[in-house]
Design a protein around this ligand. Structure first.
Ligand SMILES: Cc1cc2nc3c(=O)[nH]c(=O)nc-3n(C[C@H](O)[C@H](O)[C@H](O)COP(=O)(O)OP(=O)(O)OC[C@H]3O[C@@H](n4cnc5c(N)ncnc54)[C@H](O)[C@@H]3O)c2cc1C
Length: 425
């Protein structure tokens, strides 16, 4: 059997979702030698919007305009919530640094500093979020001003209906029109990836613009599904605007979405240039501790291929979909270190009777309890390991889907975990 390669590093980041990506970025920016491992494909299931905090308490469904006021409220009423472990200035620094980084990676985002933005979704609802890809920002302004807009969808594109958006919003946005077109040069069944790829060609943009121009009439802006290129969105949007004659904005599509794919590409391509050793599409199979307390990881796609020896690690392995957590008939378990999971006393209490109950389910708040240094705790409240930190959705108390805090919480807790590691090392 071939001997496996051994990599030595200061910090191992386990996970390539938002939390793992952010942790690797923050560590690399502090010149920490970092190895990152995980399946990065998870990110394409995200919408590409960066939520910070939109709803609290879940039971009352209270929606917040100002995410910072919402964070203050969560920290007060739920002192074990991960946001309560972070000074507001750190959360802001984390978001600012991450968004600045995305801009340098060719994926600019926009946000209001002190309020959430409203984004029109593909089903016509209004989603409240913190940071929005620049290509979607004019849609935030268009909704805010209710200015005359044309939304275009395409024959054969599933999950995106301009007519549905128009019909859901017509009372609140009467100046919205909808039209369906044939997409130039592609077969009848359309996929956003292929459309985005096609729109990177000037010829396709010219054909689309020629079809849209006669329909503009009094519209001041044009909304398209998020298909304006995979790699060069800013220039695709700019060129379409020039050819069509009015500002163009993108509307998120259902996952897996091009806006998630853009995030994945930007992060995957940029982190190695910052010095991160990336082992994507591989998993940690086993962990051991050596005599000096260092962590030894067996990493591989199917079997052990690489050994990583690290002074410390950040666990950002997600929940059930990410496979950081698993559940059997009796309890919820953490999959790698078998860490203690804060969870309801019995399986009977995991879920409420109705799946769509607005109050949410206790299982979604199960996860790792952490100390002020982001270290997972044992049942008796001590750090499980001195040199193991945790970040992201694996942490307890955050039902990210209902609280609308997914990516923002992942980024902020990654910042907190890296900062704690730097302080303790
Ligand atoms: C459909 C969908 C829509 C979303 N929409 C939004 C949205 O609109 N706004 C928003 O802010 N957020 C959204 N999110 C949430 C967000 O993208 C993140 O999923 C969330 O923040 C959790 O990120 P995470 O990094 O903690 O976990 P995950 O994204 O689950 O990542 C976990 C990572 O850990 C890795 N891993 C697990 N076990 C191991 C192991 N043994 N070895 C190595 N690696 C391992 C996995 O491979 C994966 O890379 C959405 C998510 C989904 C799924």
């Amino acid at each position: 059997m071939a001997q496996s390669e051994t990599i030595h590093c200061e910090l191992m980041v386990i996970g390539a979702g938002m939390a793992g990506m952010a942790a690797a970025l923050f560590a690399a920016r502090h010149h920490v030698s970092t190895v990152q491992v995980g399946l990065s494909a998870e990110i394409i299931y995200a919408s590409g919007l960066i939520d910070l905090l939109g709803v609290h308490p879940i039971e009352k469904g209270r929606r917040w305009r100002n995410p910072w006021a919402a964070i203050a409220a969560v920290s007060k009423s739920c002192p074990n919530h991960p946001f309560a472990r972070l000074p507001r200035s750190d959360i802001r620094a984390a978001l600012d640094e991450f968004i600045d980084f995305l801009a340098t990676a060719g994926l600019p985002y926009r946000c209001y500093k002190d309020r959430n933005a409203d984004v029109v979704t593909p089903v016509g609802s209004i989603k409240r979020t913190y940071a929005v890809p620049q290509s979607m920002w004019r849609g935030v302004l268009a909704w805010h001003r209710k200015c005359p807009c044309l939304i275009v969808d395409f024959h054969g594109l599933k999950g995106f209906s301009a007519r549905q958006i128009q019909s859901v919003l017509k009372d609140r946005w009467p100046a919205l029109r909808a039209v369906r077109l044939a997409f130039p040069d592609l077969p009848a069944e359309l996929y956003p990836e292929r459309m985005a790829h096609a729109l990177e060609l000037s010829r396709t943009r010219e054909q689309l613009a020629a079809a849209v121009r006669p329909l503009i009439k009094d519209a001041k802006m044009l909304g398209l599904p998020a298909i304006c290129g995979t790699y060069q969105t800013s220039s695709v949007v700019a060129d379409l605007q020039k050819k069509i004659g009015i500002p163009v904005f993108e509307i998120p599509t259902l996952p897996p979405a091009i806006s998630g794919l853009r995030l994945k590409n930007a992060l995957e391509q940029s982190l190695p240039s910052l010095g991160v050793t990336t082992l994507y599409n591989k998993k940690v199979i086993r962990v051991q501790i050596d005599g000096r307390g260092h962590l030894i990881f067996d990493v591989g796609a199917r079997e052990k291929e690489i050994t990583v020896q690290a002074q410390a690690a950040i666990l950002a392995s997600g929940r059930f979909i990410g496979q950081g957590l698993t559940a059997d008939r009796k309890r919820i378990r953490e999959t790698l270190f078998d860490l203690t999971i804060s969870q309801p006393s019995s399986r009977r209490h995991w879920h409420r009777e109705h799946f769509l109950d607005l109050k949410g389910h206790a299982i979604n708040r199960a996860g790792l309890e952490i100390d002020e240094c982001f270290r997972p705790l044992t049942a008796d409240g001590r750090p499980a390991f001195e040199n193991l930190y945790a970040a992201g959705s694996i942490l307890a108390h955050c039902d990210w889907m209902r609280m609308k805090c997914g990516s923002g919480l992942a980024i902020a807790t990654a910042y907190g975990a890296v900062k704690a590691y730097l302080k303790n090392r």
